[in-house]
Design a protein around this ligand. Structure first.
Ligand code: WT7
Length: 657
């Protein structure tokens, strides 16, 4: 494990700009400072109160937290509820059926508006259709869709019948889709003919066909939304059009009340080994924290706000802050299918202006990209509706934070830098916008109800000013309940590093006020544009190519994407790769990684080397490769089995060609 504070953004801690909430904002804010003392007095009781307040239960719970089977928590276990009912029906029943739930903006400019009443009908129809396709409570459904209303409808339809969904990001390859389908033993795949990406129709269905051709699966049907109208291969008996089974279904459907601990979804994320982990979340606790954080961190006023989270539903942010949090809270939100620069670089700001977006939640990498494009672009639009800005996915550097506040937020809006993970299910560390004096670059304080800390190697809390590993001391409602089908890996990954503490995998520091600054991953996980990638997974993809004998991958710092994938490969002498130009090798292998995992995993750079630096026990010293990739003087190489290796690499890289 690397030093948690290495390359530790030392400069962050000299950051002394402060932004107190304006008195006007504070006066109207949902969250007040007394939430902290309330939660501290009795954490489980605090969460129970939130669960009762924010959700509608079919059977009210009596039990709050059962930690007797730690590290698997049970929250509100004797209660029953339905997630889709909470996200949709109850708002209609409360008389808010005419409120807009979704303003959908297609990349090509086509739009659709769904009120809560519309959403209720669509979800009920889809739930009936899933039933007809043989999906019942407990069955798993894989979802491989662009960000179109049907994606949200399908997730909620699954929740309505208690069938856990497993959303696979549309940018992942057939191979990645296949392994996720197999691991979750999905009975149904929901996809589309394609989606729009950078101005063109981009096919999705072929990847599903290819995935299902890779081997035996448990998939019985493929439900296909027509989005682009492009030609699509068809397997009779297996494939069905959405229009044929959903649009024709009854719009009356009784939601299935499930136990609070019934699995709501599985979402795969990269870990330190090659095999992605199926993180699974259950219903009652997850929804409680999703709703609570969405309401308090973003200061949501459901009657007046227009909320927009730019994440895709393929990531956890899309689950918690596009689907469940906002809809359970009855919010009006925008969803946008496409990229920020299609057809022009002002597209996002045009959308903010068009819908009067008041709350915007996005990632530092997007902010840095907009900085690069220039502030005259957002300046061309009216952004005065914005009142809260959020950031998620990686540490936000203070300069990007300042730019976000000044250029997008008109020097007026609070910014919430929210730390959390797929595993935590919902936000864990963040300022509260009407309470916390914000510090650019820091997520600062554990939310009321969350016991986060920074500890040293021996699990001792570090003093203010010290650095170490981020841990969570007490169970929280939206925590993962495990890794699908692999309890041991769950215990091993998160609970074995420090006895009784959840190990997040992030390095962190406490400043002089005790506020937390996140410093990035301490394991073999990279963060590229806020997306988690595993070094080992990309290495296995590289060595699966016949040219490659060995590969080592590192995350090198990158101005826009935070980190970028840099690969070092040793070619096989006899496989033909050695006869190719460096360019040819690089292009071929980059495309190979895209095919194996997905375009997001493509290395920025692939360097052919003769040897890799290894310790005597054979472990690759990625730290040294990172030095090379970041053009730094190579650090201490004394533990290498062969100390001349780094010289060889340096010479090889200096050599022309
Ligand atoms: C990892 C989790 C949470 C949804 C998106 C990513 C990094 C996330 C922050 C932040 C510093 C952050 C951490 C974490 N991260 N948010 N505000 N400040 N780092 O979810 O793919 O599960 O990745 O993203 O390293 O462990 P994920």
């Amino acid at each position: 494990m690397s030093d948690p504070t290495a390359g530790g953004l030392e400069n962050l801690l000299s950051e002394d700009r402060r932004f107190a909430p304006s008195p006007e904002f504070a006066a109207q804010a949902n969250a007040t400072a007394d939430l902290y003392s309330w939660a501290n007095a009795d954490r489980p009781a605090f969460w129970a109160e939130q669960a009762r307040e924010l959700l509608s239960w079919s059977t009210p719970f009596e039990q709050v937290l059962d930690w007797s089977d730690a590290p698997v928590a049970r929250w509100f276990a004797d209660g029953t509820l339905n997630a889709a009912y909470n996200a949709v029906d109850r708002h209609v029943e409360a008389g808010d059926g005419d409120r807009v739930a979704l303003h959908f903006e297609g990349e090509g400019g086509d739009t659709r508006t769904l009120t809560y009443a519309d959403l209720q009908r669509e979800v009920a129809k889809a739930a009936n259709a899933l039933g007809k396709l043989g999906v019942g409570t407990g069955d798993r459904v894989a979802i491989y869709l662009p960000l179109i209303p049907e994606a949200v409808v399908t997730m909620l339809a699954c929740a309505r019948i208690g069938a856990p969904h497993s959303v696979v990001f549309g940018g992942f390859s057939a191979e990645a889709l296949y392994s996720r389908i197999v691991d979750a033993e999905a009975k149904l795949v929901v996809t589309a003919d394609g989606g729009y990406r950078r101005g063109a129709a981009s096919a999705l269905k072929p990847a599903v066909d290819e995935a299902l051709a890779k081997g035996e699966t448990t998939v019985e049907h493929v439900l296909v939304v027509k989005r682009t109208g492009q030609d699509t291969d068809w397997t009779d008996g297996r494939d069905v059009w959405w229009a044929d089974v959903v649009d024709t279904a009854s719009d009356e459907h009784e939601p299935v009340a499930v136990e609070a601990e019934h699995p709501l979804f599985i979402l795969y994320t990269s870990g330190t080994t090659g095999k992605p982990k199926g993180i699974f979340h259950t219903t009652g606790g997850y929804l409680t924290q999703a709703a609570y954080t969405h309401l308090n961190v973003f200061d949501l006023k459901p009657e007046t706000d227009v909320y927009w989270c730019t994440a895709d539903i393929g990531w956890v942010t899309g689950h918690t802050y596009v689907v469940y949090g906002p809809l359970v809270n009855g919010a009006t939100q925008v969803i946008y299918e496409g990229t920020p620069d299609t057809p022009h670089r002002g597209r996002w700001w045009e959308i903010v202006q068009k819908y009067g977006v008041t709350i915007l939640y996005t990632a530092p990498t997007a902010i840095r990209t907009c900085m690069k494009w220039g502030e005259e672009i957002p300046a061309g639009f009216d952004l005065s509706s914005l009142r809260v800005l959020g950031s998620v996915g990686e540490p936000i550097n203070p300069e990007a934070w300042m730019w976000y506040r000044r250029v997008i937020g008109g020097d007026r809006t609070p910014i919430v830098d929210t730390w959390w993970q797929t595993e935590t299910g919902a936000i864990m560390i963040s300022p509260l916008p009407g309470v916390t004096e914000a510090k650019p670059g820091s997520a600062q304080v554990p939310l009321p109800g969350i016991a986060a800390d920074v500890v040293d190697d021996e699990a001792h809390p570090v003093p203010d000013g010290g650095g170490g590993y981020l841990v969570i001391r007490e169970p929280w409602p939206s925590m993962l309940r495990g890794i699908w089908g692999d309890l041991e890996r769950y215990k091993d990954t998160y609970w074995s590093r420090f006895d009784g503490l959840y190990f997040a995998g992030d390095g962190a520091k406490k400043d002089a006020d005790g506020d937390i600054w996140l410093l990035g991953r301490v394991d073999d996980v990279m963060n590229v544009s806020g997306h988690r990638l595993s070094t080992t997974e990309i290495e296995s993809a590289l060595v699966s190519h016949p040219w490659v004998a060995e590969a080592a991958v590192v995350g090198a710092s990158d101005e826009t994407t935070g980190q970028a994938v840099v690969a070092f490969v040793i070619l096989r002498g006899d496989a033909g790769g050695g006869d190719q130009s460096a360019d040819e090798v690089q292009t071929t292998l980059r495309n190979h990684v895209a095919k194996e995992i997905g375009p997001i995993a493509k290395p920025r750079q692939i360097l052919v080397v003769a040897e890799l630096p290894k310790t005597r026990s054979g472990k690759i010293m990625r730290r040294l490769l990172r030095d090379v990739a970041e053009h730094r003087e190579v650090g201490d190489a004394t533990t290498l089995a062969d100390s001349s290796v780094m010289d060889l690499i340096a010479q090889g890289l200096a050599a022309p060609g």
